[in-house]
Design a protein around this ligand. Structure first.
Ligand code: ZN
Length: 241
């Protein structure tokens, strides 16, 4: 006889439920079973305090399929990258143009060209990321100069939960800032705010009142831009999916 049967579900499991993805999560601090929508991943998360109660969490979610469908229907539609689509990069409009045998980012002509259809999305993404890195590097250098700090190294990544992050300088290594390349698709002022925010961390590696006072001094009021990201962040994550 098995005294301790292993739980049927584990933290991180993903189940298909009525056409939606249900992700299971164990959180020892959770007092009860709960459901929430991860708008970035377009998944529903069922949380239970222990792995043993995940079965209950799954049943709870299955009883609330109607609510789940409503929440997910509210999300921005995925925007697959295709020739002929128009995108805004740092506030300027570009057409994505397929051009047999060639692939280039033509900023003057406001077109992004790529080779054949199969490679089109990959190529367009690479060009967008390269442009994002170029622009974020310049913007970062400006704020670092304003703050009289050495320019950090800049990279672009695609995290789900944050728009930027800053690692302080260590002996022999400059500070480094990582930005979500998807910010290139946001209004320029929003991208600018995130750059100012991360650069302010070069001086204040925290979110103290001193940090926010510094953001206000070098950038201005962050509130409308933080609000924009809360309201439209899922739309940035819907691009290219
Ligand atoms: Zn921060």
């Amino acid at each position: 006889m098995k005294l301790f049967a292993p739980p049927a579900y584990a933290h991180g499991d993903r189940l298909e439920t009525a056409g939606h993805v249900l992700r299971l999560s164990v959180n020892a601090r959770a007092r009860r079973i709960s459901l929430r929508v991860d708008r970035t991943r377009r998944e529903v998360i069922a949380t239970a305090p222990t792995a043993r109660r995940l079965g209950e969490a799954v049943a709870f979610a299955r009883e609330r399929i109607g609510w789940i469908s409503e929440q997910l229907a509210d999300l921005p539609a995925p925007r697959a990258i295709a020739p002929g689509m128009t995108i805004d990069l740092f506030g300027e409009t570009f057409s994505l143009v397929g051009r047999p045998g060639r692939a280039r980012l033509d900023l003057e002509a406001r077109t992004l060209g790529a080779a054949d259809d199969a490679a089109f999305a990959d190529r367009a993404l690479r060009l967008i990321k390269a442009e994002a890195k170029r622009r974020f590097t310049l913007m970062t250098q400006d704020y670092a100069a304003t703050l009289q700090r050495p320019a950090p190294s800049v990279s672009v990544v695609d995290p789900r939960g944050r728009w930027g992050s800053c690692s302080p300088a260590r002996p022999g290594r400059p500070a480094s800032i990582r930005y979500s390349w998807r910010l290139a698709l946001a209004p320029l002022a929003v991208a600018d705010y995130v750059v100012a925010h991360e650069c302010a961390h070069l001086v204040e590696a925290n979110h103290s009142p001193r940090f926010w006072a510094l953001v206000d001094r070098i950038f201005g009021d962050p509130a409308p831009h933080r609000e924009w990201l809360r309201a439209h962040g899922a739309g940035l994550h819907a691009f290219g999916r």
